[in-house]
Write a protein of this length. Sequence first.
Length: 458
Amino acid sequence: MADLTTLLEVGGPVAALGGGAAYARAKHPGAYWSTVGLPISTARLLSSYGSVMEACGLTVAPSRLRMLAVKATTRREVRPVPPRRGIIRPTSTGLRLRLRLAPGQEPADVAASAERLRHAWGVHAVYVTTVKPGVVELRLVGFDVLRRVRMPRKVDAGFLQVPVALREDAMPFIRDYRTVPHQLTLGATLSGKSMYLRHLIAGLASQSVALVGIDCKRGVELAPFASRLSALATEPDQAAELLPVLVKEMEDRYDLIKARQGIAPDTPAEEITSDFWGLPESERPVPIVLFVDEVAELFLVATRKDEERRDEMVTQLIRLAQLGRAAGIYLEVRGQRFGAELGKGATMLRAQLTGRVCHRVNDEASAKMALGDIAPEAVSAACAIAPERPGLAVVGDTSGGWSRIRTPYLSLGDAAETCRESAHLVPDLPVLKPFQPEVTVRPVESQAPVIEPRPATG
């Protein structure tokens, strides 16, 4: 009886401790990793590194000099040599360590064993990146960082760079317009496209850029950010008037580049290889970012007249996509589907959009429209996005690389307030003045005067 009482006294705190650890792992994975997961995974890695590398086929035969030295000093069996391990660096989401590959190995060998390493060391995922020839970095992620997205506190982002989401390897995904000038974002309703747009606009609002919007859904997506927009078209007719102005602005910037570089005025714009970033800062115009929301609305036609207008707008969008980068004009095209069925010019326009972001879609064909021509293996990953995870997306570019990302929550009110606070940064572009949206001034709440009652007189 005494033994049973002692067992109950000891088992109670142990059970409570185990229950607390399970609760922390489910509800607070970051805290659980820092207190429990990190020490356990580090111990596993240190104790089993050599055997795991050998089981994964990542060891090589030792050199003849090493074999002679081992046989001369000990009677141990000469074992294969694993890659030389660097210092283990813990992070808030996992571990990092560098490996110096043995002669004859390549980074692809380590990347092919990433799933085995994940199970051997008890972590959520293992990612392999090349640091320099012969050296790779293993990034071990301790838990699913995309379940509850928390962006890093410090993100190195420069001009025209916006950290909009978190990648599955716990690194921030930065939308860099200098590297990827144009981007296509696809996704079904309630898939998280609007959240992605809010982060983009809120991040660009504090920078010296001109934001232009085409939102043919009566402006319901972009109107809340009107205080920071230099131009906004909410109908196809307005878009048909705005796009030629942007094309003319692009041509004027090319003339400015030609004048600065001594190029003949009659030189076609297509033959100019330099861009306006080579201009002195005092002469350089501000970059322009054009947001096209629900691009299918620009392609839909009902009459012959609408068809002619559609062809003109598509031609102007293609010109901006082909030549806009060198003039500092960047495109953000969004929609639910974007394929050849939209009409003439759709496929040609899509081919000019280097970056691709695919949220949850309704069918495999939509995922292929976004990623099939640049990263075919990413199509299945995009089709596997669950509806209960809005904001989750697959991002890729023409290099063939892709990864999963998820945008953190940002309310519409907070994004609109950021734009209102940055309204003074709207650049002065006379050509866009006719299209600048009217901003409703927030009424100042005035306190009603307090009326003192008259003293009673007898």
